[in-house]
Design a protein around this ligand. Sequence first.
Ligand SMILES: Nc1ncnc2c1ncn2[C@@H]1O[C@H](COP(=O)(O)OP(=O)(O)O)[C@@H](O)[C@H]1O
Ligand SMILES: [Mg+2]
Length: 378
Amino acid sequence: MSGQLSGAQRKLRIGVIFGGRSGEHAVSLMSARSVLAALSAEKYEVTQIGITLDGAWWVSATHAPGDVLEALLSGDHRHLTPAALLPDPTHSGLYGFRGSVLEALVELDVIFPVLHGTFGEDGTLQGVLEMADIAYVGAGVLGSAVGMDKALFKDVMRAHSLPVLESALLLRSEIETDIESALAKAEAVAPFPLFVKPANLGSSVGVSKVRSRSDLLEGLLEAARYDRRVLVERGIPAREIEVSVLGNDHPQASLPGEIIPAEDFYSYNAKYHDDRSRLLIPAPLSPEITAQVQEIALQAYQAIDCAGMARVDFLLDKESQELYLSEVNTIPGFTSISMYAKLWEASGMSYPELVDRLIELALERKAQRDRTERRYER
Ligand SMILES: Nc1ncnc2c1ncn2[C@@H]1O[C@H](COP(=O)(O)OP(=O)(O)O)[C@@H](O)[C@H]1O
Ligand SMILES: [Mg+2]
């Protein structure tokens, strides 16, 4: 608990931000519905902040519960008012626009960003929150940005001798101007199949499994639509293992879970539209592999300076039984039935407890940040 609140009986003021400009806008709204339902009205005063696909920030003009989320879902913004969070910490809290005049609306103690992907999970929003000097749930700028970039993430894992699959990084400009050299670089990674993916994205958007040169060409062009950095990776017959990590300087790992995708791989369709995709909780793994997954997950989390939470995803080669880190999601799908929360539930922590804990961790991290000296005077 932060100093000025301990002892005081007032409720913590939480701003929950959802929606956003990424392709995962709709996923964010589902996660936010669960978070909003779990925030105890006895402990918290909640302000909903909805970001539209165009990037407009809205809050409720009437303060009726639920209406920002509902308005984003229905597209009817009549009861909303535009809002802003200033990067100037001497003008803290949320502001509303009255015409072109800014007016202070509400002070906030903690922001809970429930935004997946670009402009939410990638360090950009976190930069705004750092500038505003407010406590927020989840990883900071660095952990978010490195967690989001699959190529840089792998480089950091390699530097820590943590296992990742062979890969190459190609720039969109290379793919556009010298496709022969781009194809040759990609084919040098490993024999087919290869996986081609945008370096900074999620939900399997733009990801393809390619089995030939012509597939590869198509895959590179497709991935380059969504990012200027494209990752090409050795493809393996994989079991998909995920583990939830929670904490700041002393993180803990949950039991691992396993995904059985309905399709050849865990595509966008298999994730969100095919209800034959299944979660196994806990994953049927030997105690040794379970311990190894948890240990590597914690090392990866700390290597990129995560905070609050992350879901760490692995690929386990069905043939060789080798384990590889795949990616870290710093704001994983966060409904009460998402893997992240279900793994904690199986490890003994309920969803409302998890939400409370994340808010505590946000305040703890802010207190640490406040201790850092910014001025050097002798
Ligand atoms: N190298 C690989 N080998 C086998 N399957 C892979 C590989 N890379 C990705 N996949 C499959 O593609 C899915 C999406 O890839 P991933 O890197 O997790 O991207 P996203 O961030 O979009 O989830 C994975 O869940 C897995 O099913
Ligand atoms: Mg993934």
